[in-house]
Design a protein around this ligand. Structure first.
Ligand code: ADP
Ligand code: MG
Length: 242
């Protein structure tokens, strides 16, 4: 579903991605971890064309992200993205947040969009809050709304960039639980996170980045079951967070 091939990226003369390659198959969950500044956000944003790159190529469902003729807005509409900061529209109610792009981008009727919004709010446990504004919700609730909003577009894959790292500790699990459910239902997911409990539970593969490079890309069993075989940098990183 996602095929990242030899991506390199520079900001001016500073290289931030160095020949990165990995794949996410349909229905697969890939967790990306690594120290701050290693290029995780930059890499995940290249997948839906939010960050341009100078070398390499990315295919999403067979569509080339970097090619000049690619309709990026159309591609982005098919890939859900959830950020660390929830990025809801503050002046719109929860319902309106979920309905807007369904109507404007997918051309659904308001009734259809509302029905889809309602069933997704049920799923993330927030139907009772549908008329509130983001500012009236906790961080964990806002992030669950952000996930529901992305799902309302019927994405072919979901990208998450540290979705729980801005949350108070007691709210982390309510968001991870929604993500675990999504993973178990077969959603294709690329998740930047340091939540290794989540990774161990649902990741098919774990990618470890350092200084713009993919240093490790291995199966869950290999990553967690054979820690001694990991690179020194990965072991050092894991020793600090596990
Ligand atoms: P991570 O998500 O792993 O913390 P990032 O992808 O955010 O890392 O950043 C990778 C590197 O790119 C860092 O060294 C960061 O300082 C640099 N960087 C990120 N955004 C920009 C930018 N807009 N201009 C210049 N450098 C940037
Ligand atoms: Mg980041």
């Amino acid at each position: 579903m996602i095929d990242i091939k030899h991506i390199s990226k520079w900001y001016g003369s500073t290289q931030v991605l160095d020949d990165c390659s990995t794949q996410v198959a349909s229905g697969e969950v890939v967790v990306v971890c690594g120290p701050s500044g290693s290029g995780k956000s930059t890499l995940i944003k290249t997948v839906n064309g939010l960050e341009p790159f100078q070398k390499g190529e990315i295919f999403v469902d067979g569509v080339s992200v970097g090619a000049a003729g690619t309709n990026l807005p159309k591609l982005r509409a098919r890939i859900g993205m959830v950020f660390q900061s929830f990025e809801l529209f503050p002046h719109l109610s929860v319902n309106q947040n979920l309905e807007l792009a369904q109507v404007k981008v997918l051309g659904r009727s308001t009734e259809e969009a509302r029905e889809r919004a309602g069933s997704l709010l049920d799923r993330v446990g927030l139907r009772a809050h549908q008329d509130k504004f983001p500012g009236q919700l906790s961080g964990g609730q806002q992030q669950r709304v952000a996930i529901a909003r992305a799902l309302a577009m019927d994405p072919i894959a979901m990208l998450f960039d540290e979705p729980t790292s801005a949350l108070d500790p007691e709210m982390v699990n309510e968001v991870l639980d929604v993500m675990v459910d999504l993973a178990r239902e077969g959603m294709t997911m690329m998740v930047v996170t340091h939540e290794m409990g989540f990774a161990r539970k649902v990741a098919d593969r774990v990618v470890f980045m350092d200084a713009g490079k993919i240093v490790e890309d291995c199966s869950n069993e290999e990553f967690f079951g054979n820690m001694e075989a990991r690179s020194e940098r990965a072991q050092h990183f894991l020793s600090k967070i596990l």
